[in-house]
Design a protein around this ligand. Structure first.
Ligand SMILES: [Zn+2]
Length: 105
């Protein structure tokens, strides 16, 4: 079984999050896109019993698409802290990879 894909390098370059993956691929994810895909309950909503996802109204400010920092969680996810203080979204490596539509999954 192949080792799960994980980023070996992550850095913010301009307005993009640049990732280098363990298979050598590189992803450049615009920060605005990244924020709009925030998977936390208050941004992304959670599926109800029928599996429907209620998208709550999310308002973004001018600082919502800037990154203050990020940290790795348990070797499977990245937790960004946005400049408006929002930090509850855990982006699994799988999600990050999926957000790069040019990358093979
Ligand atoms: Zn969120």
């Amino acid at each position: 079984m192949a080792a799960p894909l994980q980023p070996t390098r992550v850095e913010v370059i301009g307005e993009e999050l640049a990732l280098v993956w363990s298979d050598g691929a590189e992803s450049y994810l615009p920060l605005e896109k990244l924020r709009r895909y925030c998977p936390c309950a208050s941004c992304g909503g959670e599926p109800d019993v029928l599996g429907r996802i209620e998208r709550p109204q999310v308002s973004y400010g001018p600082r919502s698409f800037a990154l203050r920092g990020f940290r790795f969680i348990g070797g499977y996810a990245l937790q960004p802290t946005w400049d408006d203080g929002h930090d509850t979204g855990l982006y699994t490596f799988k999600l990050l990879r999926a957000l790069d539509e040019h990358a093979a999954t």
